[in-house]
Design a protein around this ligand. Structure first.
Ligand SMILES: CC(C)(COP(=O)(O)OP(=O)(O)OC[C@H]1O[C@@H](n2cnc3c(N)ncnc32)[C@H](O)[C@@H]1OP(=O)(O)O)[C@@H](O)C(=O)NCCC(=O)NCCS
Length: 228
């Protein structure tokens, strides 16, 4: 009997929380539905999406942070981290329509600024390099998608309407309308046009690839010379 009462009590808490989220965070719920083709219903999103739960906790923590209740703000964000695996510092500034897919392992630093309609996949870090003080985390423009495992480090800017490829390590600012991939990240597409790194000498950023090309060239030369 006690078990049944406890179960009903738990169900009531879950339903009340779902109602509050639906009422106060309808914009965030809608953004999740729009961006995740796997999301079947609003109820599923409200109850089962850790990205949404982390965002709701962040919105509350951020308000507390702005009211100088910093310990309480950190307490809310760390509790959300324990539950969702997503750590969003309450000092970060996040725009509308933000969506974190899957979520586990996402870290967003204190001075990060995120524009509107941004999507992050699991394992993304918006972090510092450890060498800067003050504003030391990235600024992400509007409509940016950051692929799984990507690390964007330092006080740099990712231009609006850009893609950051999975597992990229971005250490320099990137222009608008671009796709960046690799370690360290480089622009591979801009304004819909593919950029051939090896043909564009102003953008040569991959010394390992250059070395391999040079070795290949010399090998070809030697092979030519060795021919009878
Ligand atoms: C970068 C990305 C957005 C594709 O952009 P794109 O402009 O369509 O890129 P393409 O597929 O045309 O590839 C262009 C080049 O970049 C390379 N590339 C693509 N993604 C890459 C990545 N993440 N890391 C390194 N190289 C990558 C391709 O191999 C190709 O190289 P090539 O020119 O030597 O053949 C996509 O590959 C990506 O990483 N998306 C993230 C998706 C994600 O995280 N999903 C998680 C779901 S759980």
């Amino acid at each position: 009997m006690e078990f049944l009462i406890a179960l009903c009590f738990l169900a009531a808490i879950v339903l009340a929380s779902a109602f509050l989220i639906a009422f106060f965070f309808s914009e965030e719920v809608r953004a999740t539905k729009d961006k995740d083709p796997a999301a079947r219903s609003y109820l599923e999103i409200i109850l089962l999406y850790p990205g949404l739960h982390a965002l709701v906790a962040y919105r509350i923590a951020h308000e507390l942070w702005l009211r100088r209740l910093k310990f309480l703000a950190r307490f809310v964000s760390q509790s959300a981290r324990a539950l969702t695996g997503i750590e969003i510092h309450p000092g970060a500034v996040i725009g509308k329509g933000f969506f974190i897919d899957h979520g586990m392992g996402v870290v967003i630093g204190e001075t990060a600024v995120i524009g509107d309609q941004v999507t992050l996949f699991q394992g993304v870090t918006l972090g510092g390099t450890g060498k800067e003080t003050g504003k030391r985390h990235p600024t992400i423009g509007d409509n940016v998608v950051v692929g799984t495992g990507a690390k964007i480090l330092g006080n740099i800017e990712i231009g609006s309407n850009s893609y950051v490829g999975a597992n990229a390590v971005v250490l320099e600012s990137m222009p608008e309308n671009s796709t960046v991939v690799g370690v360290p990240a480089r622009v591979t597409k801009q304004d819909g046009k593919r950029i051939d790194i090896m043909m564009d000498h102003a953008r040569v950023l991959d010394p390992v690839k250059q070395q391999i090309e040079e070795l290949q060239r010399r090998l070809n030369e030697l092979e030519q010379k060795a021919k009878p």
